[in-house]
Design a protein around this ligand. Structure first.
Ligand code: NAP
Length: 288
């Protein structure tokens, strides 16, 4: 179906800073077209000092919903009328829905990651997970994976954040969990008997493509290695893990599935996942 804009067009979007490289407009607009919905999705660069006014404007203009990305995922929360309990615990919101002028916040990142692993036939039940990163993505993944794993080790550059997150997880779940500083020694000790190794930091993301969170000599073929970074599609971390014989899962799948969950929250409909993948891959290719 062709793009049609008229007086009834529903408006959605994403706010962040920077935002120019977002893949979200491409995949959501395609999904709207494919399902024949009279809706449009736009990207808005919103500086932190303008967040309050931007959200007021969205409400006043009756935007139907929007995604939230770096650096607003936490600061948006106090501006919403209600935050879903999971997003509240995570301390970050990536999806907002406008219901009759009231804004409801959700976090679909964890579900996106879970679905991405499921599609790659990776099971988390009774597994030991080594999770690198305790920022917004790290927290979402920790809260989601803790429902399944037997053991979790969270490593972060800023150690206090890893320790704090591990305490919150242990208060909410029954698995064995600890927070450590991200360094070679701790990785070496923890990776020996781990099943899943996850990068939930921005290390390796374009343009810093030569960065990686883990020395490749610490990666073994028994690991599943998952990177939340999706630009580039195959990060240095994933390339080296593959060289070491590990099964790898890239961040694009998580990105698509977090968008699928957001789309469902907004419209109650299932978007065309395969076409979303195609569009996202095409977009990423054009950027090289
Ligand atoms: P965030 O809240 O700003 O957290 C950033 C994390 O990266 C923190 O753990 C931070 O450690 C760590 N970090 C940053 N630079 C580092 C460095 N040089 N060395 C070691 N650690 C470093 O950001 P976020 O929202 O969690 O996002 C993290 C990444 O996930 C981004 O690349 C984002 O694009 C990606 N992401 C992907 C998806 C997806 O759907 N695939 C969804 C969400 C996010 P400190 O605490 O020490 O600063």
């Amino acid at each position: 179906m062709k793009l049609k804009i008229d007086g009834k067009t529903k408006i959605y979007g994403v706010i962040g800073d920077p935002i120019g490289h977002s893949l979200s407009p491409a995949i959501h607009n395609m999904a709207f077209r494919k399902l024949g919905l009279n809706a449009i999705y736009l990207a808005f660069q919103v500086k932190s000092e303008n967040l309050v006014r931007a959200v007021e404007g969205f409400k006043a203009l009756n935007f139907q919903g929007f995604n939230v990305t770096i650096p607003h995922k936490t600061s948006i929360m106090s501006l919403l009328d209600k935050v879903d309990p999971l997003a509240e615990k995570i301390g970050a919101v990536n999806t907002v829905k406008n219901v009759d002028g009231k804004l409801f916040g959700y976090n679909t990142d964890g579900l996106g990651a879970l679905q991405a692993l499921k599609k790659s036939k990776v099971k988390l039940d009774n597994k030991k997970i080594v999770l690198i990163g305790a920022g917004g993505a790290g927290k979402a993944l920790a809260f989601t994976f803790a429902n399944y794993a037997k053991e979790m080790v969270i490593l972060n550059r800023t150690e206090e954040k890893a320790v704090k997150l591990s305490k919150t997880i242990s208060e909410n779940f029954s698995l064995q969990v600890k927070g450590l500083k991200l360094n070679y020694e701790n990785l070496r000790n923890e990776l020996k008997n781990a099943d899943l190794l996850v990068n939930a930091t921005s290390l390796g993301m374009y343009p810093n493509v030569d960065k990686t969170p883990v020395d490749k000599n610490l990666i073994n073929q028994n690991l599943v290695v998952f990177d939340v970074v999706y630009n580039p599609l195959k990060t240095r971390f994933l390339k080296e893990a593959e060289e070491k014989g590990a099964k790898i899962v890239n961040g694009l799948s998580m990105f698509i599935y977090q968008a699928v969950e957001a789309f469902k929250i907004w419209t109650g409909l299932n978007p065309p996942v395969k076409t979303m993948f195609k569009v996202a891959l095409k977009e990423l290719k054009h950027r090289k």
